[in-house]
Write a protein that binds this ligand. Sequence first.
Ligand code: TZP
Ligand code: MG
Length: 207
Amino acid sequence: MRDFRLYAITGENFHPGRELADVMEQAIIGGADIVQFRDKHSDPAERLRKARSLRELTRRYGIPFIVNDHIDLALEVDADGVHLGQGDVPLEEARRRMGSKIVGISTHAIEEALLAQEQGADYIGAGPVYATQTKADVVAPVGLGYIREVSERIGIPFVAIGGIKLHNADDVIAAGATRLCAVSEIVGSDDPAEACRAFIRILDRKG
Ligand code: TZP
Ligand code: MG
């Protein structure tokens, strides 16, 4: 897959009154170079409408578009890939259905990361690094030790996620991450483009 550095995930509850596609466009303008549509609340018709608008947006900017959870939806809107958690469809089945498209997997322990790599995930999420309010059912924070471990033992791309803010991004990078993912720090910002620019400046400093 084409590499990326700043992974922006949608989180509509962080920007009431602002349009999803507008917020994500600002993130892209600021430097987010991959976008994931994560939506646990909309009904299927609404989800399809939103996914289509983000597909159109990301295509316009030439960056990958990933759908969280829903393989059917990812295929229907011709997303570039799908992102799955440990409790979702098994990776083999996702791979079978997605073909050569991107399959990303969330991991919280090195055994999960090694298995995802062995089973052919294109990238893994590693986290939650810090406590996060964004995900209700999230496991306890895994800390920077997990980022260090993944950076030393995993060969496929990994992105650090969970409680990543501009004030702690340096520490996450120092632990070995070269790709960062954020929800609230980007889409909850009054200026998502500037938030992304600030992340990119930090990544550039260490890159
Ligand atoms: N998966 C692990 S932590 C998380 C997800 C989707 C939420 C990250 O959100 P935030 O606001 O960047 O902490
Ligand atoms: Mg999931």
